[in-house]
Design a protein around this ligand. Structure first.
Ligand code: NAD
Length: 335
């Protein structure tokens, strides 16, 4: 019998538990060689344990080296700091990889989108260096280092080489943030010179947003500092069918956490309506990372079968199926 991979499972907040159950049901039906070690985190554990990211969660991921994570709520403007950011920092998950690819049967405005966002995950405005100067003034520091910028650039170019990609585009606002984004660009340029087989170009983030809406097919691998990467990820999700179908991975040297681009979507929570596709595709990225490419392909084929057929779709894709019905349809398509 195949040895099972022990994987940390964080169901998360809001729609997290519903979509996580759908995904674990599908993986079980696909006989994915995975055993889950469930860990709760976020608002739900704050009252009981006094913190949103207990050490046991970090220990579990550090031990298993791989996690599948549902979204976790971060209160806006007040309350605790983001569990997601803290998790990425604590485990040094420096590369956030988010493929955005046109899916079959999905009614989107574009047909040939196939790009990958490589977002720096550990610094920039997410470093949490901010303060209230007085009642009417606040400031946040945008911290960029050469080391982190070169590391993410190397990840992007290595990814391009390993995945037969042709071009890497560095995204910045170096015309305005001359020191911080200027340093980011300088670092990416240095790394680009070591990969002559991969085309290299640069674009300002505001222009990129327009170009992506007009001609997304022109882009391949995008490498961005943290904040631009976060925003452009949602834009890219919108090009391929929305947040319900956009997967992601947070990769470090010692651990990897796979999660959808979307958040906990509190307005949908508890209604059995959310689309589990984004988390399922994230789980497929996880299976490939674990060396289980055949299983990932079988699950993806079943998912694509359901999307192509178009009769059992969740509301965000124009259908009326519940989360559970969608999951059952994917299971029925497994071969
Ligand atoms: P969101 O991604 O939760 O929702 C944005 C929109 O997309 C909403 O209209 C929502 O209904 C829709 N949507 C999201 N996922 C969907 C799915 N699976 N199926 C169908 N529709 C879906 O973003 P938000 O409302 O800005 O954030 C809500 C909370 O999530 C916030 O607390 C935020 O901090 C948190 N968040 C967490 C993560 C994470 O855990 N990685 C990522 C982003 C946001």
């Amino acid at each position: 019998m195949t040895q099972k991979h022990l994987v940390t499972l964080i169901p998360g907040d809001g729609i997290g538990p519903e979509i996580t159950r759908a995904v674990t049901d599908i993986l079980q039906a696909a006989h994915a060689p995975v055993e889950w070690e469930e860990q709760t985190a976020g608002a739900a554990v704050l009252e009981k344990e006094g913190e949103v990211l207990p050490q046991r969660v970090l220990d579990s991921i550090a031990k298993n080296k791989v996690a599948l994570k549902g979204p976790i709520t971060t209160p806006i403007g007040k309350g605790f700091r983001s569990v997601n950011v803290a998790l990425r920092k604590a485990l040094d998950l420096y590369a956030c990889v988010r493929p955005a690819k046109t899916l079959p049967g999905i009614n989107s405005r574009y047909s040939g989108v196939d790009l990958v966002i490589v977002r720096e995950n550990t610094e920039d405005l997410y470093a949490g260096i901010e303060r209230k100067v007085d009642d009417d003034t606040a400031e946040s520091i945008k911290r960029i280092t050469r080391g982190a910028s070169e590391r993410i650039a190397r990840y992007a170019f290595d990814y391009a080489v390993q995945n037969n990609r042709r071009k890497v585009t560095a995204v910045s606002k170096a015309n305005i943030c001359k020191f911080s984004d200027g340093l980011f660009l300088e670092a990416v340029r240095t790394v680009a010179k070591q990969y002559p087989q991969i085309a290299y170009e640069e674009v300002l983030v505001d222009n990129l947003c327009m170009q992506l809406v007009i001609n997304p097919e022109a882009y391949d691998v995008l490498v961005l500092p943290n904040l631009y990467g976060d925003i452009v990820s949602d834009l890219a999700a919108g090009l391929t069918g929305g947040l319900g179908v956009a997967p992601g991975a947070n990769i470090g040297t010692h651990a990897a956490v796979f999660e959808a681009v979307h958040g906990s979507s509190p307005t949908l929570a508890g209604q059995n309506k959310a689309n589990p596709t984004a988390l399922l595709l994230s789980a497929c990225l996880m299976l490939r990372h674990l060396g289980e490419a055949d299983c990932a392909q079988r699950v993806e084929n079943a998912l694509m079968g359901v999307l192509r057929e178009g009769t059992t779709l969740t509301f965000d894709l124009g259908g009326t199926a519940t989360t559970d019905e969608f999951a059952r349809a994917v299971i029925a398509h497994l071969k």
